[in-house]
Design a protein around this ligand. Structure first.
Ligand code: BDR
Ligand code: CA
Length: 321
């Protein structure tokens, strides 16, 4: 079986950084590029954080691309105070990493997605873990994207549980509901990894203590970053029982769909109040053959076991400089 080619589309954030580490660590995947989104931070800082994390993990060869700086229906973007609280002012839990040795690539995120679609075809899975603005733009640039690539596995939305930014909306979808709705109405093969499953994928300080024992700079920095994130979760959403592994779960399912159980259901995003940014089944397409899978259940011990195994190995292997 050929390795899956992955593009991570990140608003690099703490859990986005974990998604990056997970794909690098997974022997069944090739990370072909990281595209950047605004969201948890401004897009330039998202790219800088990705470059820093890639250097920390000894993978400076993976290209990083800058994406759109704001939602498709707006002309600017400000980081929400909630995002600053959850991810820290610098987006990575206020840990201090050296200035990256390189710059992002000149090609835009959407152009890179289109180029990669032509190069890798069905082996390519795009994994957005922030707003869908870059992907919606790539679709506009290349309307054949749905026929070219293997699929899109995204972190966002909530079908069977409440939202986390409004009572009905999840944070990533809420940033650019129009872009997400375009993606939902394209023929892209989609898998939604929403709060339905990501709130069950939980990391605790018992897990970060294991990383601390590994003792490499990568292990220690990730432990510091995650302890920051866990403290915020315990203060704001104690019922989760630790921090939610939103973005790494989407990355993991992109590589191995067997972590989750899904239902086939085409979705829409509500664009009007009072339900703006809600993800829900599209009543206008209930007679069509669905192109969307929505994850509704997760094999928690299987996922956490594999997650800890791969990240532990990766952190061990970053010993030598
Ligand atoms: C999503 O919002 C962001 O804060 C996280 O990185 C994740 O992608 C969870 O709703
Ligand atoms: Ca994210």
């Amino acid at each position: 079986m050929s390795k899956k080619k992955i593009i991570l589309d990140l608003d690099t954030g703490i859990d986005d950084s974990l998604a990056l580490a997970y794909v690098i660590a997974n022997p069944d995947a090739d990370l072909v590029g990281v595209t950047s989104e605004y969201g948890n931070v401004h897009v330039e800082l998202a790219a800088e954080n990705s470059l820093k994390i890639l250097e920390l993990l000894h993978h400076p060869e993976i290209p990083v691309f800058i994406g759109e700086s704001h939602a498709s229906t707006k002309d600017s973007f400000e980081v929400l105070p909630t995002s600053q609280r959850i991810h820290g002012i610098n987006g990575i839990g206020n840990i201090q990493l050296p200035t990256p040795k390189r710059q992002p690539e000149k090609t835009s995120a959407a152009d890179f997605m289109v180029e990669a679609a032509h190069q890798y075809g069905k082996d390519l899975i795009i994994v957005p873990t922030g707003p869908m603005t870059n992907l919606a733009l790539a679709l506009e640039k290349e309307p054949h994207l749905p026929d070219l690539i293997g699929g899109v596995t995204f972190m966002g939305g909530a079908l069977t549980v409440p939202g986390n930014i409004t009572p009905v909306a999840e944070a990533n979808i809420n940033q650019d509901p129009e872009a997400a709705n375009k993606v939902f109405h394209s023929r892209l093969p989609l898998t939604m990894i929403g709060l339905d499953v990501t709130h069950r994928a939980v990391l605790t300080k018992d897990d970060t203590a294991i990383w601390r024992m590994i003792g490499t700079p990568a292990a220690t920095n990730f432990a510091d970053m995650l302890d920051y994130y866990i403290d915020i979760y315990l203060a704001n959403q104690a019922y989760v029982g630790g921090c939610a592994l939103h973005d790494p779960l989407a990355a993991a399912v992109a590589i191995d769909p067997s972590f989750v159980t899904t239902i086939d259901l085409d979705l829409k995003v509500d664009l009007d109040e009072p339900y703006r940014a809600r993800t829900i089944g599209d009543e206008m397409r209930i007679h069509n053959k669905p192109h969307t899978k929505v994850a509704v259940n997760l094999d928690v011990p299987y996922f956490i076991g594999i997650f800890m195994k791969y990240l532990g190995k990766l952190f061990q292997n970053t010993k030598e400089n």
